[in-house]
Ligand binder design. Structure first.
Ligand SMILES: *Cc1c(COP(=O)(O)O)cnc(C)c1O
Length: 441
């Protein structure tokens, strides 16, 4: 069972949660002065329209016609399935639905914001977008967006991932992007980390620092971020707006579930539904799932921190493990970022969204069951949402409740098979950190 929509149902506007938040967001701080960030300084890093959107309190922002056309080209609207075989295998009275963002041509939700960001940069006359990528999905999406909109793309890819997922690099190069393993010799911060360790495995925080340093020395370049920021989460709301329309063909969901790295795919599905709850029109439950190896939501502290390892980004008030927190490569499940979207942090503080964390072997086991029943191999990140949905369906069974569960399958895992191979061979260890820099540990 599935619901598909015609191109004409691609949403015409994105939903911006800022005016509906239970409390106003704390402003981003200038890393040099600790004073609220001057918008002019942000303009040197991001395309102008994105800076406006970042601070906008308009509830809806129109999606440019060109971006909607490109959404159709890359596979929007994406399908929404009912996981009937998984329900049977679990013997649960719950009904499980999932929105499948892996159906886009790049295989994840990241293209939804990549196209928007590239569009506004191109409109402004910018020539090049520079970014980082961890697992590779964001770099892939931005590379394609650059190709479709006529912009150069340069990607700093965490070195461990660059070595583990060589085909990601191939795809980015096919789309016309330059790809460098990070830390690299190309930047001051990259050289600093390489001096510490010539085989440094890199990480998202370091790659972000390299990308920003590179942008700051090239006036025709801007930086693009794949998660965390308000405008990025807003672009992703096409997921939830479509899903609302699609669930009308079935039934009202009770519980909405997503995995969380920086928060963008979760927000993309959930925020249009969160709006109804904040307005008192519905009482959906929201569950946000993360790995125990990077437990930002469940063990992080809520305070100002940098978005990158080098301390170049504005400081944001968010749940954080500390910007120097580092997840070792033994963790194969992705979602390694130390921080969290400020809007999602606020919703967690107010009890609107409930976070949970799982060990990676449990997550891969859930993905294996999903693969055998529904046929789709989830991205390891998305597998956290699968695990969350299965956990919820099992609880519904124990309590004999007919619950309606909707989760976001944010991407497929066809380029992440090394992690699955290690899981099948029993080589994955459940990693649980004891100390976090944000807690002084
Ligand atoms: C990047 C990514 C994530 C994590 O990032 P969010 O911003 O939290 O969505 C999750 N799933 C997939 C498939 C991704 O590519």
């Amino acid at each position: 069972m599935k619901a598909v929509l015609p191109d004409s149902k691609i949403p015409k506007r994105w939903y911006n949660i800022l005016p509906d938040l239970p409390e106003p967001l704390a402003p981003p701080l200038d890393p040099e002065t600790d004073e609220p960030m001057e918008p002019e300084k942000l303009l040197r890093i991001f395309a102008e329209e994105l800076v406006k959107q970042e601070m906008s309190t308009e509830r809806y922002i129109e999606i440019p016609r060109k971006v909607r056309e490109l959404y159709a080209k890359i596979g929007r609207p994406t399908p929404l399935f009912r996981a009937t075989n998984l329900e049977k295998a679990l013997g649960t009275p719950a009904r499980i639905y999932f929105k499948y963002e892996g159906a886009t041509v790049t295989g994840s939700h990241k293209i939804n914001t990549a196209l928007a960001q590239a569009y506004y940069a191109k409109e402004q006359g910018i020539e090049k977008l520079i970014t980082e990528t961890g697992a590779g999905q964001w770099g892939t999406a931005l590379s394609l967006a650059g190709a479709l909109l006529g912009l150069k793309a340069r990607v700093y890819m965490a070195r461990a991932s660059y070595a583990q997922k060589p085909y990601r690099k191939t795809i980015m190069r096919l789309y016309g992007a330059e790809v460098y393993p990070s830390p690299s010799e190309r930047t001051e911060i990259g050289r600093r980390f390489l001096r510490e360790d010539p085989n440094h495995p890199g990480g998202l925080g370091i790659a972000i620092s390299e990308a920003i340093e590179d942008v700051l020395r090239d006036g025709n370049a801007r930086y693009a971020l794949g998660s965390v920021l308000n405008h990025v989460l807003m672009h992703q709301t096409v997921i939830g707006l479509e899903a609302m329309e699609q669930m009308r063909e079935f039934e009202e969901p009770d519980v909405i579930i997503g995995c969380v790295g920086g928060g963008s795919n979760f927000a993309g599905l959930a925020y249009p539904f969160v709006k109804e709850v904040l307005e008192g029109k519905a009482d959906y439950k929201f569950i946000a799932v993360e790995p125990r190896a990077a437990p930002t939501m469940t063990r992080g502290v809520y305070r100002y921190d940098f978005g990158d390892s080098g301390g170049y980004t504005p400081k944001m008030k968010m749940h954080t493990l500390g910007h120097t927190y580092y997840v070792p490569p033994i963790h194969a499940g992705g979602l390694r970022y130390h921080g969290l979207a400020p809007t999602l942090s606020v919703l967690i503080n107010h009890g609107v969204v409930t976070p949970v964390a799982y060990h990676q072997n449990d997550v891969f086991r859930a993905a294996e069951l999903f693969t055998r029943t529904e046929g789709i191999i989830p991205a390891p990140e998305s597998a956290h949402a699968v695990k969350g949905a299965i956990g919820q369906a099992i609880r519904a069974k124990a309590e004999e409740r007919e619950e309606v569960i909707l989760f976001n399958l944010s991407g497929h895992g066809l380029l992440d098979l090394k992690g699955y191979e290690d899981y099948l061979d029993g080589k994955l260890e459940d990693y649980e950190p004891e100390h976090f820099p944000a807690l002084g540990g």
